[in-house]
Design a protein around this ligand. Structure first.
Ligand SMILES: Nc1ncnc2c1ncn2[C@@H]1O[C@H](COP(=O)(O)OP(=O)(O)OP(=O)(O)O)[C@@H](O)[C@H]1O
Ligand SMILES: [Mg+2]
Length: 102
């Protein structure tokens, strides 16, 4: 696998919360100029994965690459400066895109 073909690569990523292994040796890659969805049952580790990728949580083991650069230990704001951003789930039924972005 050539990392240059991918905008995002997670390599052998594991995340432990104390004794609970939330993510176990995950390999995940997103090709450039493509759109991916991540699905799984409650507690599967989706949110944890996004938190690892964006730097909100530290990985226990493994590496994360964005745009061919290793970002595993970079702060969120540095990753944002490289072009990585995320949004969060809405807080309630009355929130709309418009009033969330005023
Ligand atoms: N900060 C934390 N401390 C301890 N355990 C956690 C923490 N965050 C997540 N977990 C555990 O890690 C596992 C994965 O949780 P996560 O929230 O990533 O799943 P999810 O796929 O996003 O679930 P959902 O579909 O409900 O949003 C669960 O067992 C959860 O209880
Ligand atoms: Mg979640």
């Amino acid at each position: 696998m050539d990392k240059n073909d991918f905008i995002l690569v997670a390599e052998s990523v594991t995340k432990d919360f104390m004794g609970l292994r939330a993510i176990d040796n995950l390999d995940f890659a997103v090709k450039r100029s493509s759109i991916h969805g991540l699905i799984g049952p409650n507690g599967a580790g989706k949110t944890t994965f996004f938190n690892l990728v964006t730097g909100l949580l530290p990985v226990t083991v493994g590496k994360v690459y964005f745009d061919s650069e290793e970002v595993t230990n970079l702060k969120s704001h540095v990753r944002a400066g490289m072009g990585m951003s995320r949004t969060f789930q809405e807080g309630g039924p009355t929130r709309t895109w418009l009033n969330s972005h005023r």
